[in-house]
Design a protein around this ligand. Structure first.
Ligand SMILES: [Cu+2]
Length: 700
């Protein structure tokens, strides 16, 4: 077996990655040889120790930073990010809100558009910016990694163009998140093994800090120094796994000028509402400070308080704070900062009152193109459900079943290999069924009945759309296991939110209330609790695009599906070919070499999938202790593909991402490995001449 050789190979992979790390400092560079400006970033995925709430903990980071580094670009640029996985678990990165025209290969969701980047490997993402302008963000799209692996993407106007408002004096990302005492991978593993809900976080955070209402946190609380008279642009991102927030700054009003990556008609609020996945670009005028008004002080809290709508779900109800500090204020007796007013934690009316105010700018410079005619209509019910506990299992979900979630009562089963690769290789049928329903199987009183569809079942069902079709999706919340708001996010597109309302969507009456003039253009819509939201988009971006609730716990329970948008006829209407460094299109990687004169064949070796993640997925086994010099100590060992299985992989076969395939030269007599777990680029460079021939026809 080849297992004995793995540590050396992995060590070599690590050495390569670290070698590159030393040669290329983690900084941005840009070049503009073509009409598009190219920007380059290096992301090193690695563990780092952080102390929060009086305890130290090891977290996964990019470049050791939490939150991660900000990517800066201009409208229309192309950003290349080299992701070196120096951690000890699989990972992928998603560029949230970037349409990636014709380029799903760099979108990032694990098992949807790519197999994960393995420890010791590298993948270069090509992030093609098109219409986006404003605030976006990037985050890990594998397991619960995005809890700490996330950061801002700031997209400035093209050179020679300007903001549709006066340029602010300074711009600051404000990233809302959560902190758990425990390892998030472990929480995920435990919850999935028992079918229970997740443990709530121990604190909510602003730019990685809980703020001075928490123990051991006052010195490190995020501080925003401001000068009286200046205007600050806050790029607010909700990166939390589980929490929607109300956000406010005491003594100041906020002018909202953008949501996701589009400008809106400015409006001014005392507090705003933001769901996970969404961004808000706001202007803050520093018009206070000691002496400017009779009741002025020089320190004000900015605060984020959860909005939680499901009374039976457990949640972290703590308020995160940061401090806005006037630096030009005369020295004064330190007084505690003033706390802003924030709506109550279950104030659905306040959340909805905010969401209905969003309207696109719809100006000459920033026009809208709202589709009037609809080719394809879908009504998608959103539900948290149960899956019956299997005999002999210990289930800790509702009624001793497993908790699950669904769209149109389909609880999405994550495939074991990337759907995009399977689709591109025309073997989709081995991975997913193209029959995701356009409407719920039965009609019921969605927002008050919970009985008809309390149970759901797991399946990998996707929706195939014709190129160019105008699609309307109405998301309908349901009362199954309790009504709740849901941030629904679509990859590959921004969409117009043409309507929203409470209760059951009425297809005869509600379309009359649609805003087809200046609806907001978003990538994540907050579907109101016990209500509905309608979105429209033109399916003109061919590819495989994930669509899911941005509450991470709902996503892992199955509240998602995939839109596959077919190629159009013109060249510009077709998906690009995969990049050369793609982490294996299918489990059977391109570059795997097959039988040659009966002497060489494919063999598999295991890959760790979860780090300290509790019980392993079915079929995988526990692996403890150091293995060679590789730093992983606790992981799940994926099952190996037996030589027989591997040999049986013919054209069109589909093998899981985590079944590593390597070439073994049987002619050497001792199963000598000639392929390896090295980064893909080095792996595919030189075929062993004479002993093997290429099995797959690669189109790269
Ligand atoms: Cu949800």
């Amino acid at each position: 077996m080849a297992i004995g050789k793995i540590p050396l190979i992995w060590l070599l992979g690590l050495a390569l990655a670290f070698g590159v790390a030393a040669a290329a400092p983690a900084q941005a560079s840009s070049s503009s040889s073509s009409s598009r400006v190219s920007r380059h970033y290096d992301f090193f995925i690695r563990e780092a120790n952080y102390t929060r709430l009086c305890r130290e903990k090891t977290i996964l980071t990019v470049n050791g930073e939490f939150p991660g580094p900000t990517i800066f670009a201009r409208n229309g640029d192309v950003v290349f990010v080299n992701v070196y996985n120096q951690g000890d678990k699989n990972i992928t990165i998603h560029w949230h809100g970037v349409d990636q025209p014709r380029n799903p290969w760099s979108d990032g969701p694990a098992y949807i558009t790519q197999c994960p980047i393995q420890p010791g490997s590298k993948f270069t993402y090509r992030i093609i910016l098109s219409e986006e302008e404003g605030t976006l963000w990037w985050h890990a799209h594998s397991d619960f990694d995005r809890a700490t692996v996330h950061g801002a993407i700031v997209i400035h106007p093209k050179r020679g163009t300007a903001y549709p408002f006066r340029k602010p004096d300074k711009e600051i990302p404000i990233i809302l998140g959560e902190w758990w005492h425990r390892d998030v991978g472990q929480l995920l593993g435990e919850a999935l093994s028992t079918g229970s809900d997740f443990e709530p976080s121990d604190a909510n955070t602003i730019n990685g800090q809980p703020g001075d209402l928490f123990p051991c946190s006052s010195d490190s609380a995020f501080r925003l120094p401001v000068e009286h008279g200046k205007t600050y642009m806050l790029r607010i991102i909700n990166a939390a796994l589980t929490t929607e927030f109300f956000f406010a700054i005491a003594g100041h009003r906020l002018t909202v000028v953008g949501t996701d990556a589009a400008y809106i008609k400015p409006f001014t609020v005392d507090h705003l509402f933001i769901a996970p996945g969404q961004t808000k670009t706001v202007l803050l005028k520093a018009d206070r400070g000691v002496g400017h008004r009779s009741n002025d002080t020089y320190r004000y809290y900015m605060a984020a308080r959860p909005y939680a709508t499901n009374p039976i779900a457990r949640f972290d109800n703590s308020t995160a704070t940061a401090v806005l500090e006037y630096v030009d204020a005369p020295p004064a007796i330190a007084t505690p900062p003033v706390m802003p007013f924030l709506p109550a934690i279950n104030d659905s009316a306040a959340a909805e009152a905010y969401s209905v105010r969003l309207r696109s700018l719809a100006s000459d410079e920033h026009p809208v193109d709202v589709p009037r005619h609809v080719d394809h209509r879908m009504l998608i019910t959103i539900a948290v459900n149960e899956i019956p506990c299997a005999p002999g299992d210990l289930c800790k979900g509702p009624r001793n079943n497993r908790v699950a979630a669904s769209l149109n009562n389909v609880s999405f089963e994550m495939p074991s290999t990337a759907i995009l690769g399977a689709y591109y290789r025309s073997v989709l049928g081995g991975v997913a069924k193209p029959d995701f329903p356009d409407k719920p199987r039965v009609e019921f009183n969605y927002t008050s009945d919970d009985l008809p569809l309390r149970f759901t079942a797991r399946d990998t069902r996707v929706k195939v759309l014709e190129y160019g079709a105008v699609v309307e999706v109405v998301f309908q919340d349901t009362a199954i296991l309790g009504t709740e708001s849901h941030p629904m996010h679509l990859h590959g597109y921004s969409f117009y939110v043409v309507g929203r309302g409470l209760g059951n969507f009425d297809k005869h009456k509600d379309p009359a209330t649609y805003n087809l003039v200046d609806p907001p253009y978003q990538n994540t819509v907050s579907v109101p609790k016990a209500g509905w939201a309608a979105i429209r988009f033109r399916a003109a971006n061919p590819g495989v695009w994930f669509m899911h609730c941005h509450f991470e716990r709902h996503m892992v329970w199955g509240m998602e599906t995939v839109f596959i948008v077919k190629n159009g006829k013109a060249r510009e209407a077709k998906m690009m070919p995969p990049p050369p460094n793609m982490p294996r299109l299918l489990g059977r990687a391109d570059g795997v070499w097959g039988e040659g004169r009966g002497r060489a064949m494919v063999l598999a070796h295991p890959l760790r999938t979860h780090r300290r993640a509790g019980p392993c997925a079915s079929g995988a086994s526990r692996e403890l202790g150091r293995q060679g010099d590789f730093p992983s100590v606790h992981g799940c060992k994926a099952p190996m593909l037996s030589p027989g299985e591997a040999k049986g992989l013919g054209e069109g076969a589909v093998a899981p991402c985590n079944k590593m395939l390597d070439l073994v030269d049987w002619s050497a007599g001792d199963h000598q490995q000639v392929g390896s777990a090295l980064p893909q680029s080095s792996r595919r460079s030189t075929p062993p001449s004479g002993t093997a021939r290429r099995l797959t026809a690669s189109s790269q």
